[in-house]
Design a binder for this molecule. Structure first.
Ligand code: ATP
Length: 652
């Protein structure tokens, strides 16, 4: 009988244990996990004995009752079998006599045997369903808990994680919960119980020697199964690691679909993927070989035990101390025991690997969010929405400072723009305002309240963000706009879309507001996505607004529409704009010029031009570029009027 082994990593989780280093909980483990499985099992307890769910606890008790009943029936069956055999032998007609004696007692024994089998099968099913209620509830709870936890973790964690790998950790972890409950409750405990009952019966019928042989055989069998399984765990881990690796590569490659196309690197990607799949193939084959060795060893040990016991029973029959029925019974009992015993190796391995997977997931669950609310932190109370940065210093990595002693104020209801070369730290300022990271020095206050002292939820509720690069949910436009305020009515959504100058466009689509936007919103252009983002911020209606202007140049018409939409949203709100095109912020109340993380200039447009510093030179450069563009457009227009343009030139 072969141990069931699907060979699929999903079905038999065994991923390397969780080296949940900060930011990378999915790194494949190369070292052995610490053997603290008791802690992991203890972590599982609240899920299988759930508080506040007396119904599930009752099911657990009921299921254990059934479990004991099933095992009592199981060991009774060979006894009925023995009785039927002995009855038959007693009723075999002696040579030369006529048969045809009454069969009532014999038939009754056979029917009892049949009934016992039916009851065993029936109660087993009822028991399994009861356990599954508990197991599946545990899976759901753990899944929900992990999902919520992942949303609580900080931006840094999410930037550094590998989506594909993380997915597998969660998948395997939740599978492991079901597996441990199923394997433990439906196999390991019943088998142990069966062994105890069986030993008692064997003692009663045959005495100590046979019990000693059976127990020795079972111990040797389990010992071998554990040793061989331990050896196989490493092999399985290699298989799972290579599977995770292939998965991560595939997800990453598909996420970068466009980049792959730009560089025509499909071949390279396929090769990289194949290298991982080849490793998986090799590891899987190794795993199948080792499984064969395990199964063969188990069969040899069991058969030696069975043969010895049968020889002893046969000797008893010949000596007249035992009946043929006893001989048949002992064989039936051992064969019956072999079925669950045969799964012992697998159960041991699966439970052990399940614990490893669960540990990885618990480590992920134990990962502390980098940014946490201070104990007793209150909600931010916004009056006007004055933002102040006082001497703020910040670094993503301690070795590389990004912001150096930055101080500025955005008075309530005013608009302040941040400009500066790429990489100067402009977007970083917005991330700090949202408190995605904690700062190394100084403080950020809103209406005099330190942003690190209030709850993150209230802080973020007060700020609306229109990001540079809007990513949308793969759902309808309606859903994406309503995301700004989940309880907004359809009319409010339409009104927001009108203000954001996107309503007309949406209505030209065949499915209007019900149009799907595609993965990450890829079916919409950059300008359209940004207007969806503006519309949802209008719905959110926050007192403070953070606008990260799109870097990519939009055509002048779209740009004007977006600018108008933004101006409308910004009216009456404290607004911080990260600007790439200076022409859009000449009217800002104050312009901050950031260079390499240092605030080098600040003032109004006119003041900064008069100062003739960095801002003035950035302005000159942009004006020149714009003028050149305008001139080119004018020349092309004139040429077209004169009919002097070849078709190819029009593309310029
Ligand atoms: P751009 O105009 O190109 O958008 P920016 O002024 O907004 O640039 P930031 O995004 O604030 O620049 O980045 C400032 C610096 O911080 C950059 O040098 C960038 O490489 C670095 N940086 C940004 N995010 C991270 C991160 N998560 N970890 C480490 N360094 C980062």
């Amino acid at each position: 009988m072969a141990v069931v082994d699907t060979g699929k990593p999903g079905a038999a989780p065994g991923h390397g244990h969780g080296h949940a280093r900060m930011g990378n909980p999915t790194a494949p483990a190369r070292t052995k996990p610490p053997a603290d499985h008791v802690t992991v099992l203890r972590g599982l307890l609240p899920f299988v004995w759930p508080e506040g769910r007396p119904d599930l606890r009752a099911r657990m008790v009921w299921a254990f009752g059934l479990l004991v009943l099933v095992k009592i029936i199981t060991v009774t069956m060979p006894i009925l079998y023995k009785a039927a055999t002995d009855w038959l032998i007693a009723h075999v007609p002696a040579a030369g006599t006529a048969g045809g004696q009454a069969m009532t007692a014999g038939v009754m024994l056979i029917i009892a045997y049949g009934l016992a089998r039916v009851m065993m099968a029936l109660f087993t099913q009822v028991r399994d369903v009861q356990f599954m209620h508990v197991a599946l509830n545990a899976v759901r709870n753990l899944n929900n808990r992990t999902f919520e936890h992942l949303h609580r973790l900080s931006l840094r964690f999410h930037i550094e994680k590998r989506t594909g790998g993380l997915n597998r950790v969660i998948q395997r972890g939740t599978q492991a919960v079901e597996l441990i409950i199923r394997m433990g409750a439906l196999s390991a405990v019943p088998t142990a119980l069966e062994l105890v009952l069986l030993s008692l019966l064997l003692w009663y019928f045959f005495g100590g020697l046979i019990v000693a042989i059976v127990i020795t055989m079972v111990v040797a069998y389990i010992w071998f199964s554990i040793v061989a399984s331990e050896w196989r765990i490493g092999i399985r881990r290699e298989m799972n690691d290579s599977d995770t690796d292939a998965n991560t590569k595939a997800v990453d490659s598909l996420l970068n679909f466009e980049t792959v196309k730009y560089f025509g690197n499909e071949g390279l990607e396929a090769k990289r993927f194949d290298t991982s799949m080849r490793r998986y193939e090799k590891a899987s084959l190794h795993s199948y070989w080792s499984l064969g060795a395990l199964n063969s060893g188990q069969a040899v040990i069991f058969t030696i035990g069975l043969t010895l016991v049968m020889i002893l029973a046969a000797r008893g029959v010949v000596a007249g101390t035992h009946t043929i029925g006893d001989f048949v019974m002992i064989n039936a009992m051992l064969i019956q025991l072999y079925i669950p015993l045969n799964f012992m190796g697998m159960i041991y391995r699966e439970i052990k690997q399940g614990l490893v997977d669960l540990e990885t997931m618990f480590t992920l669950l134990g990962e502390h969010p980098e940014i946490e609310d201070k104990p007793g932190a209150g909600a931010l109370a916004v009056k006007g929405g004055t933002i102040r940065f006082d001497n703020v210093s910040f670094a993503y990595d301690a070795v590389r400072p990004i912001l150096k002693n930055v101080s500025f104020e955005v008075p309530a209801g005013k608009m302040v723009a941040i400009v500066g070369p790429s990489g100067a730290g402009k977007s970083t300022i917005s991330r700090i305002l949202f408190r995605f990271y904690d700062i190394a020095g100084g403080q950020v206050t809103i209406d005099g309240q330190n942003s690190a002292e209030v709850t993150q939820k209230s802080l973020r509720a007060a700020i609306g963000m229109v990001p540079q690069d809007t990513v949308l949910f793969n759902d309808t436009i309606l859903y994406n706009i309503r995301y700004g305020r989940a309880d907004a009515t359809d009319e409010e959504v339409f009104a927001a879309a009108k203000l954001a100058q996107i309503d007309d466009f949406i209505r030209t689509l065949p499915e209007g507001y019900k149009s799907m936007v595609g993965e990450r919103g890829l079916k919409l252009s950059g300008g359209e996505k940004q207007r969806v983002a503006i519309a949802r911020t209008i719905l959110k209606s926050p007192p403070i607004l953070m606008l990260d202007e799109a870097t990519s140049a939009l055509d002048s018409h779209t740009e004007k529409e977006i600018q108008d939409a933004l101006d409308r949203v910004a009216k009456g709100r404290t607004t911080l704009v990260i600007a790439h095109r200076l022409s859009t912020i000449v009217h800002a109340d104050t312009i901050l010029v950031l260079e390499k993380g240092v605030l080098v200039e600040q003032g109004t447009h006119a003041e900064l031009i008069a100062k003739n510093g960095l801002y003035a030179s950035l302005w000159d450069r942009q004006r020149q570029a714009e003028r050149a563009r305008e001139e080119l457009a004018r020349t092309l227009e004139e040429a077209e009027k004169a009919g002097a343009l070849r078709p190819a030139d029009k593309k310029l």
